[in-house]
Design a protein. Sequence first.
Length: 235
Amino acid sequence: MSLLNNPWSYRWWWPLIFGCGALGTILTPFDWLFVKMTFPVLSLGALWVGWSDREAFKARDWLVVFLCYVFGWSMEWLGVKTGLVFGAYHYGPWLGPRWWGVPPLIGLNWVILVWAVRGWLPSKASSTVPSWWRDVLGGALVMGMDLLIEPGATRLGFWVWDQKTEMQGWAGSLVVAPLQNYLAWWVIAFLMLRGMAWGGVTGNRSTLHRAAGFYAVWMMAYFGILALGIFGFRF
């Protein structure tokens, strides 16, 4: 019952889970086993974030988060269907069941990353800096996360790019997606952050983004290790 009452106290499981997953993938012959654990681990992570932050949320916050989820998933659906948003791509089997080609889990990951970034940024803009500039920066941070995610996720088959990267050589190993993908991440994240601002989710409550921020840091560590593995290890 202590897990249900205070899931935040179990936060140090995430460095262990993500660290073992990344190192096991790049340093052992059992990478296939770790890849199969992607869906249950990320699903558990989304539940942990939501349950850990539940008492800090107001009803309006939940509504804003749900609308952001719908928006993020819809952009992915449009992207898979048309190739006009991110470039031509399709999802592999590792992120769980797919609705019309898009895993429902991907919408949760969008929300968690954007929610985490909103917690990292100042909750109020200064008198000389408009609030939307904060969200421009937030969108850039989320795009930076995707730069880190793409090499490992693509190598493991979380999704497959039918449209090749414009980069060559070592840069092509890092920037593996079409350039429009990164621009789309920036724009979509910016719009989500603006939606949160318009919805009155200010981020003033200190615990509101705590779990999402902690979880996002270690998720990025996981993908960072995978990216290093592409350049220096057996992966």
